[in-house]
Design a protein. Sequence first.
Length: 112
Amino acid sequence: MERKLVKGGIYSFIVGLLIGIVVFPDKETINLGRGLVETNYIPLRVYVMQLVRFSALLSILTIVGIGIKEYFTITNRETGVREFVKGFVKAFFIVLVVIVLALLVLNLITTK
C-alpha cells in the first residue's frame, strides 16, 4: 500500500505540473478600450511557484484519495488498520519531502 501511495503522489505531482502548464497562462491581457490591449507577462519565478503549488495540492489530494480507497479495502481489520496508518504516514512524508526538495531546487535556480 505504501508503494501505491508514493507512486500516486509522485506521478500526480508530475501530471499536475503538466496540467498546470496548460491551464495557467503565463501572461495577463488587459483590454484598455478603443482597440488598445496591454499584455503583461508574469515573472518566471511567480509562474513556476504557481505551478508547483497546484501540483503539490493535487499530489496531496491524490495521496488522501488513495489512502481512503485503501482503508475501505482492508480485509484484516486488526492488523490491517495499523499497517494502513503506518504506511500512509510514511508515504505522506516521503512525498512531502519530494515536494519540499523540488521547491528548494526551484528556489535555488530562480534566485538571482
